[in-house]
Write a protein that binds this ligand. Structure first.
Ligand SMILES: [Zn+2]
Length: 598
């Protein structure tokens, strides 16, 4: 591939960056539109009936258009704040977006109330009208969820109180993390570091460096544990009180609804994962032996077996991705080539960029943008493939009604993980020496351990913590104990030392908008692997099926999606064990390559 620009292009969306006049006008118009729809919803005093197809359709269209406009603006702000964390005008626009978001929340809850007030048979007739049929799933889902909630005025009160009584704890958590300074003894000197700098040292090849970083982190988390415990207890307390008011007994009700799966599917997934734990344990044992240890400690799990200093250029990474996408699905390859050449990607390594990577989409423009920092590692190449997968997924839905594009978090990572797997397998095949292959497999399996053991520990901890919290506030000691027990169980007692204050260190436990943000990762990984296995079996003919599956992610339950496109029943172990068999092949190869008589 010829030289590619590593800076994205945003002017075609709103010219002028954070100073864009056009964007200011857009926000003003958005604010007016939110108010107008709100007024219209408030004025809707009598429920719609089957005679009201036209006015009902108009209302739904206005609501849909509002969501589209809001997300166009939100995506632009996300890009601005990420590309330069010191951009004050972007930060200001971001604050304005937050208040517009709160106004949109109020509109959402009014819209749900309007849906809920329509009688059952009238509603079914309305959504089956030709104009609305394409978004009937989404409308039905909104109405069903609103039926599980309290009266509109009570829900609105909860939302209003949540700003300071619930979401504020999440904000406070971020403030606490931002202020933390970790003092690590590094190369014989005491060095102050941020949390993420210290976390990076946990991947260092030198065990004493990993151990020092881990101890410094563990003691920093312990020092502030009372504050983190207060935040966690208050978040859980609010959530439990809200669920009790709505008559929801199971704390998993809400996350299951968000993921469009029944509890049976979640249980089957974890049970099947558990059945494969002995194989994962065998990998951990062998890795310990290779590091000359009896057992791994928490800070050895991600230790590299070989430090790779090989650098690749951005163009090399891009060509590699396009080439291997093409062998699976030519549409994916041409999509990726376009995104790369048309500057949809911000990859430049420069100061003042936010860490991490993301893909965001502009629903009005029908374009996406990818954000990351490329510094020449194969892991950067994976990130690029991952984010291109997200963008490709979105591109397949662009022509659908907006309400049919809203996919749940457990399937959100399907296309991204899939793209990563294509590139990862190609990288594995390209490994030249036995040592390279071992190092590659060890990294790859590290990811499997994270998704199948670490996330499992988070899930076990969180469900048990919420049970305990129902009886009252849970102390720091008890939290540490619950966490250590969960880790022992999830890692099958394979580790020498655990991470008791992990509950303080992991921001996912503090995310208020997405309860139980742990199992969707494991779900997405296995779901994607299951699809990948099918793709390998069916060859090029699968590309069409793959596109059709992604296109449907926003307009059906996860079970229907799997049944229709994969012929799989997610409530039964078979689908999950097919995916796990594929993952375990890496363990077998790793064990064979590293056995003493090899
Ligand atoms: Zn992703």
């Amino acid at each position: 591939m010829n030289t590619l620009s590593q800076q994205w292009e945003l002017d075609s969306i709103f010219a002028g960056g954070s100073g864009s006049k056009r964007f200011q006008i857009f926000l003003n118009e958005l604010e007016q539109a939110i108010q107008a729809v709100r007024k219209q919803l408030e004025a809707q005093k009598t429920p719609f009936t089957r005679q009201d197809v036209q006015p009902f359709t108009t209302l739904v269209e206005r609501y849909e258009s509002l969501c589209k406009h809001f997300n166009e603006a939100a995506a632009f702000i996300e890009c601005l704040t990420a590309q330069n964390i010191k951009d004050q005008a972007a930060a200001q626009a971001n604050n304005r977006m937050h208040s517009l978001g709160a106004e949109l929340d109020a509109v959402n809850s009014l819209f749900e109330t309007v849906l809920r007030q329509i009688a059952d048979d009238e509603f079914q007739t309305l959504i089956n009208a030709p104009q609305l049929h394409a978004i009937s799933f989404s409308l039905n889902e909104k109405r069903t969820l609103s039926h599980k909630k309290l009266e509109a005025n009570q829900e609105q009160l909860i939302s209003a109180l949540a700003v300071d009584g619930y979401h504020a704890w999440e904000d406070l958590y971020y403030q606490l993390i931002g202020k933390m300074e970790i003092t690590v003894v590094h190369h014989g000197k005491k060095e102050p570091m941020s949390v993420s700098q210290a976390n990076n040292l946990l991947n260092d090849a030198d065990r004493s460096v990993r151990q020092a970083a881990f101890q410094a982190l563990e003691s920093a988390w312990s020092d502030s544990a009372d504050l983190f415990a207060a935040a966690l207890n208050h978040i859980a307390g609010f959530r439990i009180a809200e669920y009790q008011a709505r008559g929801w007994d199971d704390v998993l009700d809400e996350p299951l609804d968000y993921n469009r799966i029944p509890k049976q599917t979640l249980n089957t997934m974890w049970e099947t994962v558990t059945a494969y734990k002995p194989k994962l344990s065998a990998f951990l044992k062998r890795k310990a032996a290779l590091l000359h240890l009896n057992k791994l400690s928490w800070y050895d799990i991600d230790a590299p077996l070989q430090t790779s200093s090989e650098k690749i250029s951005y163009e090399e990474a891009a060509s590699f991705i396009v080439k291997h996408f093409a062998s699976f699905n030519p549409n994916m390859a041409s999509f990726a080539r376009n995104a790369l050449e048309n500057r949809w990607i911000e990859a430049e390594n420069r100061p003042n960029k936010r860490p991490g990577g993301f893909c965001t989409s502009f629903p009005l423009s029908g374009q996406s943008r990818i954000f990351m920092t490329f510094n020449g590692s194969t892991s950067n190449r994976s990130t690029l493939a991952h984010e291109l997968g997200h963008a490709y997924h979105q591109s397949l839905m662009n022509d659908l009604p907006y309400l049919s594009q809203d996919y749940a978090m457990n399937v959100a990572e399907t296309a991204s993980t899939f793209s990563e797997m294509i590139v990862s397998d190609a990288g594995q095949a390209a490994a030249k020496t036995k040592q390279e292959r071992i190092a590659f497999l060890s990294d790859k399996l590290g990811r499997s351990i994270a998704l199948l053991m670490n996330i499992h520990a988070r899930f076990l901890f969180e469900t048990r913590f919420y049970e305990a919290r129902k009886a009252g506030s849970v102390s720091v000691d008890r939290l540490n104990q619950l966490m250590t027990e969960a880790q022992r169980e999830a890692f099958c007692n394979q580790l020498d030392t655990y991470h008791p204050t992990f509950w303080a260190s992991k921001l996912h436990f503090y995310i208020t908008n997405w309860p139980f943000y742990n199992f969707p990762y494991t779900f997405g990984y296995l779901f994607s692997t299951g699809i990948y296995v099918q793709a390998l079996q069916e060859g090029p003919a699968f590309a069409k099926k793959y596109d059709a599956l992604l296109r449907d992610t926003g307009r059906m339950t996860t079970e229907t999606l799997a049944k229709r496109h994969l012929g799989a029943d997610l409530t039964k172990p078979k689908f999950w064990s097919t995916a796990l068999d594929y993952i375990i092949r890496d363990v077998d190869e790793f064990l064979a390559l590293t056995s003493s008589n090899n």
